[in-house]
Design a protein around this ligand. Structure first.
Ligand code: HEC
Ligand code: HEC
Length: 147
């Protein structure tokens, strides 16, 4: 009697488990991952947008020009600024790089200085590397001279 109960219990358990598996399997084929691929398939890597060669035109007159080269290993912190090794007026000609414009040597009171202004120290606040990538949010901006 005791044995029979255990047996029927385990049969019932097996039925529940196999039923559960069947449900899980049918759900699995219909569920897609956050990246849109089926969970059963190999994950697709995201599109990577490489740096575009050549300079992009500015989209509007006052735009900080986009950076036409990689900046991966260029350190910028409170003590060091690698960008200045090429772009400061003292090095630019030798490095064949465009010199920082004069606005970068003007302090907040409008004084012209020989050293870069503290307000322009962290270049990547304003300048970003360029890539021909789709916009992250829809953008219908038109420069004033564009229309
Ligand atoms: C090894 C030298 C070197 C370093 C370091 C360097 N640049 Fe440049 N950069 C150049 C050269 C050369 C060009 C011009 C490239 C061209 O015309 O295609 C340039 C172009 C640019 C331009 C485009 C200017 C324009 O008028 O279109 C920007 C902006 C810029 N760099 C920002 C930066 C920033 C920010 C850093 C640091 C994160 C940096 N660069 C570090 C050499 C350098
Ligand atoms: C507060 C924003 C800001 C910061 C910070 C900044 N820039 Fe700029 N940069 C601009 C703007 C805006 C322009 C275009 C108008 C102008 O020349 O002032 C520009 C122009 C330039 C140009 C083009 C100059 C020319 O005459 O074609 C270069 C090169 C450049 N920046 C490099 C740098 C580097 C390197 C740093 C960091 C040391 C830096 N900028 C920091 C806003 C900024």
């Amino acid at each position: 009697m005791k044995k029979q109960t255990i047996l029927s219990l385990s049969v019932a358990a097996a039925l529940v488990i196999s039923g559960g598996l069947a449900i899980a399997q049918s759900a699995g084929s219909g569920v897609s991952s956050l990246r849109g691929s089926s969970v059963a398939d190999l994950d697709q890597p995201l599109n990577l947008y490489q740096q575009d060669e050549g300079r992009f035109a500015r989209a509007y007159r006052q735009q900080p020009p986009l950076i036409p080269h990689g900046i991966d290993n260029y350190q910028i912190d409170t003590n060091a600024n690698r960008c200045l090794a090429c772009h400061d007026w003292t090095n630019a000609a030798e490095r064949h790089a465009p010199t920082l414009s004069m606005t970068h040597y003007q302090d907040r009171d409008g004084n012209q200085m020989d050293r870069i202004s503290g307000t322009r120290w962290f270049c990547t606040q304003c300048h970003v590397p360029q890539a021909n990538a789709p916009e992250l949010v829809e953008n219908i901006f038109n420069p004033s001279s564009g229309n």
